[in-house]
Design a protein around this ligand. Structure first.
Ligand code: ADP
Ligand code: MG
Length: 667
C-alpha cells in the first residue's frame, strides 16, 4: 500500500533513475510529490471544432491524424508537419526541431492538441501544441493543465501523469488539521484540496485550495515555533553576565569615536539582558555602516569580563577574516585572546573570542561559551536558538545576538517570534559622509569610467551575473567575468583590475580581497552576492551594473561598501535598459539615504516582492503562504498557541509535525 511517508520509488514507474532526478526537486517521499504544487496552469479548457477556431486564441481541438512527415526547409529548418481532421474540417500542425514526433504520432489515431492558433502562409495552423492521444480524463489538453517546476529529465507532463496515478491509487487521504479549524475557516479537507490544486476544474478551485495550504504552512510552522519556544524557555537558564558600568564606560572612552545614540541604547539593552537569568535573544537591525560590529565587540567584552567565552559567526570566510582583524584591533590591548577558525585556519591557542563561519556551531561545545553572535544573518530567532541549544555551559544556554542589515517589519518579526527583542541602529555614525549617488544613462557610461580612471581611487564594479552563459544572461545584463576582461583591455587599460565571484574557491577569494585591501588591485569587478558587510575603508567608488534588477534596499546595501573610511564616497548606478520607470525608481537613491525608507518605497512601487523575497530566504521557505499576508499569519499564530498545549489530542497532526510528545502539554 502506498502511504504518504513511503519513499518515492514505491510508486509505479519511478525507478532508481527517476528517484535520483526527483531529489533535485526535493521530492523524496510520496508526500513530497503531492506537495510539489503547480506554479501555474495552462488554460487549455476551451475545446473547439476546427472550423470554429480563430487566429491568436488558445484552444484544444480533437482530431484524427491524417498524415505526418518531416521536412527540411531551404533555410535548414527541421520541421515536422501534420495534417489533422475533425468532422468540421482540416488543420495543419507544425513543430520545429522535433523530428522524432513523426515516429510517435500515428495516422488514423485521434489526438487532443492544445495551444495557440497561428497562421502559416495565410492559413490557420497550430504551432508546437501540446498533445496526447485522446481519451476522456485527459491530463495535458482540454483542461486547466498544471505546470510544475521541472528539472532535467523530469517534465511537467511526466509529473502530471505520476501525480494523477498516485491520486487515483492512494484512495482517500485522511485529514490531519483539526476539524475545528477546517470548519472555522470553511477549508476544503486535505483529500479534496490536494486534488483540486493539482487538477482543478477552474481557477476558483485553485484559490480555495491555496487558502487552505497557505494557512496550513503558517500553522504548522507556528506550532513548531511553539514547540521550540517551550523547549527553550522551560528548561533553560542563561548565565548571568554582570558588568561594572565604569569598566564599560572606560572601554568606550578609549574608542576612536563617540558612540551614536542608538548604539548606546542598543548596548544598554544588551547589558541588561545579558545580566538576566533568561537567555538573551536580541535581533540588532541596522543599516549597512550603522556600526553593528562595535556593539558586538562590547557584548563580547562584557562576556569576557565575566570569565566566559564568545562565538562570533560570520556568513563567509572573508567576513570572518575581516571581523577577526576588527576584534583584535579593539580587544588585543586588553589582553583578550581573539582566535580565528575557518576552512583554512585553526585557532592557534586558547581563546576568549572565537571568530569563524557557521561551522563553529558544529564544534564540540566549549563549556565556557556564554554568548553567540551571528552576523549578517537572514535567519532569525527560534530556528537559530534551537541549534545553539547544543552549546551549553554549566547546563545553561548561551545568550544570542543576531545582527542584520535586512529591514524586517517589526510586526512580522513579533508575530513569528514573539519573544525576540529588537534593537535598531537608526542613524549613521557619520552623517556628512553621505555617498554621492548618480543614476548614469548609457551615453554617459564611458565618461563615468574616464572620471573613475582619472580620480585614481579604489572602486568596486558590481555585475549581477558571473558569466554570460548564466541562464539569466539576457542581452545587456552584465556578467563579472566578461566585464572584467572588457574593462581591463578597454577603458581601464593600465589600471590593475581584479575579479571576485561566488564560484571562486575560498583561498582565491581571500587572495583577491587581500590584494584589494593592500591596493595591488585598484578596481575590483565582482558579483553582488559576495559580501554585504565587507569593509575596505579606502574603496571610495562603486559602480552597480544592471541596477534595475535590484530592489532599492539591496542597492543601498551595496553602496554601503564605499565611503567607509575618510574618503568621500561615490556610487554610480548603471542600467541595462532604457526603462523610464526603472530610471525614476533608481533616482530615489540620489536623495534618500535610509535603508528603511528605501525599502518602503520599494514596497509601494514593486509590492512586497523585493523585501519579502529577501525575507523568504530567512524564514522557512513557504511554498504557498505569503509573508505579506499578515492577516492569515495572525490567525495561524492564535490557532497555533491555542492548539499546541492540547496537541496530544490530535495524533495525526502531531505525527505530521514530528514533534516529540514530551514537549507537548506542559506549556
Ligand atoms: P555595519 O553595521 O555595516 O556592520 P560596521 O560595524 O562595519 O557597520 O561599521 C562601519 C564603519 O563605521 C566602521 O569602519 C566603523 O569603525 C565605523 N563606526 C562604527 N561606529 C562608529 C561611530 N559611532 N562613529 C564613527 N564611526 C563609527
Ligand atoms: Mg557588519
Amino acid at each position: 500500500m502506498v502511504i504518504l511517508k513511503s519513499p518515492i520509488n514505491r510508486l509505479a514507474k519511478v525507478g532508481p533513475k527517476y528517484q535520483e532526478l526527483l531529489q533535485k526537486l526535493e521530492i523524496y517521499t510520496v508526500e513530497d510529490m503531492l506537495y510539489h504544487f503547480p506554479f501555474r496552469y495552462d488554460d487549455f479548457s476551451v475545446i473547439k471544432k476546427i472550423d470554429e477556431i480563430t487566429e491568436g486564441e488558445t484552444v484544444t481541438i480533437r482530431a484524427e491524424l491524417l498524415d505526418v512527415k518531416n521536412i527540411f526547409t531551404k533555410y535548414g529548418k527541421r520541421i515536422t508537419r501534420a495534417v489533422v481532421n475533425d468532422e468540421s474540417g482540416k488543420l495543419i500542425i507544425i513543430w520545429f526541431n522535433q523530428h522524432y514526433l513523426s515516429k510517435i504520432l500515428i495516422p488514423t489515431n485521434t489526438y487532443s492538441f492544445s495551444g495557440r492558433v497561428g497562421a502559416i502562409s495565410g492559413k490557420l495552423a497550430m504551432v508546437a501544441p501540446s498533445f496526447e492521444e485522446y481519451r476522456p480524463g485527459s491530463l495535458n489538453t482540454g483542461r486547466l493543465v498544471p505546470v510544475y517546476q521541472e528539472t532535467a529529465g523530469i517534465t511537467s507532463k511526466w509529473l502530471r501523469s505520476r501525480i494523477n496515478d498516485l491520486l487515483f491509487n492512494i484512495g482517500s487521504i485522511p485529514e490531519y488539521l483539526p476539524l475545528e479549524i477546517i470548519n472555522k475557516y470553511n477549508f476544503d479537507v486535505f483529500d479534496i484540496a490536494i486534488r483540486k490544486f493539482h487538477f482543478p476544474q477552474n481557477l476558483a478551485e485553485v484559490d480555495h485550495a491555496k487558502k487552505r495550504f497557505a494557512f496550513e504552512e503558517f500553522f504548522l510552522e507556528l506550532l513548531r515555533v511553539e514547540s521550540r519556544r517551550s523547549q527553550w524557555s522551560l528548561k533553560d537558564k542563561g548565565i548571568e553576565l554582570k558588568i561594572d558600568p565604569s569598566k564599560l564606560e572606560n572601554f568606550i572612552t578609549q574608542l576612536p569615536f563617540k558612540l551614536t545614540p542608538s548604539q548606546q541604547t542598543a548596548i544598554q539593552k544588551i547589558t541588561i539582558e545579558l545580566a538576566s537569568q533568561t537567555p538573551m535573544n536580541i535581533l540588532l537591525e541596522g543599516d549597512v555602516g550603522s556600526g553593528k560590529t562595535i556593539v558586538a565587540v562590547l557584548a563580547a567584552y562584557v562576556t569576557y569580563l565575566n570569565g566566559y567565552k564568545t562565538l562570533y559567526l560570520a556568513p563567509t570566510e572573508i567576513l570572518a577574516n575581516q571581523h577577526f582583524d576588527t576584534f583584535k584591533k579593539y580587544l588585543s590591548s586588553h589582553n583578550i585572546n581573539v582566535e580565528l577558525q575557518t576552512g583554512s585556519t585553526k585557532p592557534k591557542g586558547e581563546w576568549d573570542i572565537l571568530i569563524g563561519t557557521h561551522s563553529l556551531l558544529f564544534n564540540e561545545a566549549d563549556q565556557k561559551t556564554a554568548l553567540v553572535i551571528i552576523d549578517e544573518q537572514h535567519r532569525f530567532g527560534v530556528e537559530q536558538r534551537a541549534k545553539i541549544l547544543n552549546i551549553k555551559s554549566e547546563n545553561k544556554v548561551p545568550h544570542l545576538l543576531t545582527m542584520t542589515a535586512t529591514p524586517i517589519p517589526r510586526t512580522l518579526a513579533l508575530t513569528l517570534y514573539g519573544d525576540l527583542s529588537i534593537a535598531q541602529l537608526k542613524e549613521h555614525p557619520n552623517i556628512n559622509k553621505r555617498i554621492t549617488t548618480k543614476v548614469v544613462t548609457d551615453k554617459n557610461r564611458q565618461e563615468t569610467y574616464k572620471w573613475i580612471k582619472q580620480r585614481g581611487e579604489q572602486a568596486f564594479v558590481v555585475c549581477p551575473l558571473i558569466d554570460t552563459s548564466d541562464k539569466e544572461s539576457l542581452e545587456n545584463v552584465k556578467a563579472a567575468q566578461t566585464e572584467f576582461l572588457a574593462l581591463q583591455a578597454g577603458i581601464l587599460e593600465g589600471v590593475s583590475v581584479g575579479l571576485l565571484h561566488g564560484r571562486m574557491k575560498a583561498i582565491e577569494k581571500e587572495a583577491v580581497i587581500k590584494q584589494f585591501r593592500s591596493k595591488e588591485i585598484q578596481v575590483l569587478v565582482s558579483t553582488p552576492v559576495i559580501e554585504v558587510g565587507i569593509d575596505i575603508p579606502d574603496a571610495s567608488i562603486i559602480v552597480i551594473e544592471s541596477a534595475e534588477r535590484y530592489g532599492l534596499a539591496s542597492l543601498h546595501q551595496l553602496r554601503g561598501r564605499v565611503g567607509r573610511g575618510d574618503k568621500e564616497g561615490f556610487c554610480f548606478v548603471f542600467m541595462s535598459n532604457n526603462s523610464r520607470k526603472a530610471y525614476e525608481r533608481l533616482k530615489y537613491l540620489e536623495n534618500i539615504d535610509s535603508g528603511i525608507e528605501l525599502a518602503e518605497i520599494d514596497l509601494k512601487m514593486r509590492g512586497y516582492g523585493d523585501l519579502y523575497g529577501t525575507l523568504q530566504h530567512g524564514f522557512k521557505n513557504f511554498k504557498v503562504a505569503d509573508l505579506s499576508d499578515l492577516e492569515t499569519l495572525e490567525k495561524a499564530k492564535l490557532d497555533a498557541q491555542n492548539f499546541f498545549p492540547k496537541l496530544n489530542g490530535y495524533p495525526t497532526l502531531k505525527e505530521k509535525l514530528e514533534i516529540d510528545s514530551k514537549l507537548v502539554g506542559n506549556n
